[in-house]
Ligand binder design. Sequence first.
Ligand SMILES: Nc1ncnc2c1ncn2[C@@H]1O[C@H](COP(=O)(O)OP(=O)(O)OP(=O)(O)O)[C@@H](O)[C@H]1O
Ligand SMILES: Nc1nc2c(ncn2[C@@H]2O[C@H](COP(=O)(O)O)[C@@H](O)[C@H]2O)c(=O)[nH]1
Length: 188
Amino acid sequence: MSSGRLTVLSGPSGVGKSTVVAEIRRAHPEVWLSVSVTTRAPRPGEIHGVHYFFADDAEFDRLIDEGELLEWAEFAGNRYGTPRRAVLEHLAAGVPALLEIDLQGARQVRASMPEARLVFLAPPSWEELVRRLVGRGTEAPEVIERRLAAAREELAAEKEFDLTLVNTSVKDVCAELISLLAVHPSDD
Ligand SMILES: Nc1ncnc2c1ncn2[C@@H]1O[C@H](COP(=O)(O)OP(=O)(O)OP(=O)(O)O)[C@@H](O)[C@H]1O
Ligand SMILES: Nc1nc2c(ncn2[C@@H]2O[C@H](COP(=O)(O)O)[C@@H](O)[C@H]2O)c(=O)[nH]1
């Protein structure tokens, strides 16, 4: 069986990555979405095993030590990582896989799996990014500041990605991502 393509979606905090992923989950259940592990506390409505696997520091340390993470990073005071086995199993079965991860993680995937396609999700403007992050209402002001500081670095790294999609319309971004995911490497 031919292997599936790995696509990585990254972009600054608040740009709309989770919103896009939720729309893909709703409209395209045939796409497999990796569920990350995080030490962050759940937000209201987030479900263990659906949005994240929520773990304490000891469990996260164990996953690192035992090589169970494809990549991991510390972001704005919490750790996040991609379980390796599920990604490799889906790709080996020919299923397209999508990771929603930060810039540090995208760089690690680039290094270990150079065939992966890296997609940068950009905001229509800086002002709109701030509006979305603040408007989400899930973070304290000091956490928003940390995330905006990281956002400046992430925006400066856009050129490292294979392509950029501007998140003006969630539906348009999803349609573009779906057409990318459907393309097999040998079809390029
Ligand atoms: N195209 C869009 N137009 C207007 N608002 C949007 C759009 N996409 C997402 N949003 C809103 O922006 C806010 C941030 O979106 P979301 O939580 O998906 O961002 P994120 O990139 O996943 O952030 P983080 O990296 O912090 O998890 C949400 O309130 C969401 O409803
Ligand atoms: N390197 C990784 N980054 C990840 C992973 N899962 C999510 N993320 C990124 O973390 C930030 C913050 O997420 P939030 O849910 O706390 O707002 C965001 O950029 C996510 O894309 C992962 O497994 N590895």
